[in-house]
Every structure is written in C-alpha cells, then in structure tokens.
Design a protein around this ligand. Sequence first.
Ligand SMILES: Nc1ncnc2c1ncn2[C@@H]1O[C@H](COP(=O)(O)OP(=O)(O)OP(=O)(O)O)[C@@H](O)[C@H]1O
Ligand SMILES: [Mg+2]
Length: 392
Amino acid sequence: MRVLLVTGKGGVGKTSVAAATAAHAARAGTRTLLVSTDPAHSLADALDVEVGDAPTPLAPGLEAAQVDARRRLVDSWDDIRAYLVTLLRWGGLDEVAAEELALLPGLDELFALADIRSHVDAGAADLLVVDCAPTAETLRLLSLPDVLGWYLERGFDLERTLARVVRPMLGRRSEVPLPDDAVVGSVGRLYHALERVRDVLLDTATTSVRLVCTPERVVIAETRRTHTALGLFGYHVDGVVVNRVLPEEASGPYLDTWRQSQARGLAAVREGFTGVTLLTAPLLEDEPIGLTALAELGARTYEGLDPTTRLSDGEPLRLWRDGDEAELSVALPFAERDDVDVFRRADELYVAVDGHTRSILLPQQLRRARVVAAGLADGRLDVRFAVPDASR
Ligand SMILES: Nc1ncnc2c1ncn2[C@@H]1O[C@H](COP(=O)(O)OP(=O)(O)OP(=O)(O)O)[C@@H](O)[C@H]1O
Ligand SMILES: [Mg+2]
C-alpha cells in the first residue's frame, strides 16, 4: 500500500492534481482510492459525480470518498467535549465560551485524517491518494498527532494530579470535575487512533507527500516553507508538482512575457527543491473536470514516471552512533542557520524553525546523552551527543 498526501497553498490545484494522479494510476491498473480530508470538499466537483463518505466506485479499479469529518467529530469527541466544557466552566468560563474552546481548531480535519488508517487496514486499494486541506491547515493538522497526543497524555494526567493536590485545600465546593470512565476511555481510543495514523503517515516507505504549487514567486516561497515544516515533522516529500505551466503551443507577445516569468519561477523551484522530483502540469484551456480530462492531465504530469513509486529518496530523521558519540540528523530543507533553534528538555529535543516547534522524543540510548554540538549542513540539522558510559 502506498499513501500519497497531496497538499499546497489554497487554489493551486491540489484537488485537480490528486484526482489526476488517482485517475492516471487507476488507468495503468493500480487499485486506487482517492480520499478528500479537506473539510471544504471539492472532489465531487472535479470528478463531476456524487462522492459519499464511504468509497464510491467511479471506474474499474478506482473509488473515491469525501470523509464526513463532522460525523467523525461527534462520534469520537462528544463525551470529551462535554467534559472539557464542564472543566472550563469550573474554571470560570461561561457556557458559550467554554463550548467554543472545547472544539479545538482543526479537529474536524484531524478526524478525517484518522480515517486514512482504516482505509490502509481495509487493504481494498494499493494506492491511496489524499486530497488534503491547504497548507496552513494541513500542517497544523499533520502536526496534531504530536500536539494532541502530548495534550491528551499530559493534560489529562495534569487534571488528575491537580485534583489530588488541590482538592484537599479547596474543600468540597470547588472540586475539580474529574473525567469519568467514558471520557477516559474515549481519550484512550482517540490517542490510540492518532498514534496508528501517525505510524502510517510517518512511515516513509508507505507515505510520501506531493506538494503542488504554481510557478509564481509568492507561491513558491510558501511551498518552500511548507517543505521545511514537513521535514521537521518527519514527513517525506518526494515530488513537487508545478501546476498551470504554459504549454509550448501557447504563443503571442503577452503569453511570451508570462512564459518568461514562469521560466524564472521554474528555475527557482529547481534550485529550491534539491533532492525532490520536479513535475510540471500544463495550464489547460479548460478546467480539468471529469475522469477523462483528469487522467489525461495525470498522464501529462507524470510523463513516463510511475505515480505509485517513491519519486525521490531522503530520510527525515537519521541516527548514527559510535561508542560514546552519537549524531541525530533531521532533514530541514531550506532552513537558514538563523531560523533554527535547538534546545533540550529532559528526554526531548526541541527544534524550532520559523515559528514551528517540534519535540523529538529521543531514542532510549540518547535519553541520558548530552548535546555537545549542533550544525546545519546540506539541508540537515545534525545534533551531536556525548553518550554516558552505561557501565559507570
Ligand atoms: N492545470 C490546470 N489547467 C486549467 N485549470 C486548472 C488546472 N489545475 C486546476 N485548474 C482549475 O483551477 C481551479 C482550482 O483548482 P483545484 O480545485 O484543484 O485547486 P485546490 O488547490 O484544490 O483549491 P482549494 O485550495 O480551494 O482546495 C479549478 O477550477 C480547477 O478546475
Ligand atoms: Mg481542493
């Protein structure tokens, strides 16, 4: 099973490229499932057919689904939400504000993503193409398994600790509302589900990210930031699809000027995304709507390449160890020395790049190790550790 996450800035053509990739792969005989996790679904519009929450057959070897995130949210979050509301009201918030806060932003997308795991487990397809939400949302949501896991683990623990410590001091009236078994059970299930989907998404042999952009400076800049952040979160980006590239046959003075500007954009992509395969999709005269047009767009995008393979290699995280020395290497494409901050707290290493912070739970063998140096080279952050002798 291969999972392809298709993402990029709003409006660049994510849905079209995801659908084109799926249609093209299915034509070549790969059993393919196209899934949209973007709460603003538009697969049905691109395909020009009805697409439901469960996989809908479209053609031989091709199915599509638009996850009903609202429904997943109610199923998995409702009792947790109710508990959070009680807790927030106990903390002094009024009902409306508490209700508002208990719905963490991005949760609907998160539940939609959690569905990927069940599709992988069902094994009904060999290729899963995911039409993700635009850059900012997707990033937040892709990083949420980290954040939410941390929150759920420590947050709920904290509540219990708080109750134990604070309750005797406050007396009966101010008791911290404790989560009941149903809530604790829901949290456990949710945490488990997130962990399982994260295992799939961070398994670089299974999952690759394809970034979609257009050959315009602003779009390229944002796409590079997305690439850095994805590297930081451990995702493997194997291809960049530059969409809406003027085809050869388009000509005229106006178009020629535009083509020159696009050529500069393409050069910037070529320079900026070293190690990642570059694909181009032509600007079509008409919107690519319906399977035939999409499969054709897919064929022109991938040319001879097989969309299901890993288009380029690269390891998000690498660990090297030799006696009492170890080095942890994190892929951070495009990060500049000034943007990166590394610090250590207990058994976690924090890497902050451009406003995103990721905590890397250090492998067992590095938990007692000391950071001795950190450096940026060839798009990787290398952190050196001195490992204490276990026998002493
Ligand atoms: N190569 C292309 N040539 C012509 N039209 C295109 C091309 N790619 C996409 N389009 C059209 O551009 C519009 C936006 O494309 P699409 O919906 O795929 O973008 P998106 O990135 O998914 O947008 P959103 O961020 O809103 O989800 C659609 O009308 C689509 O048909
Ligand atoms: Mg879209």
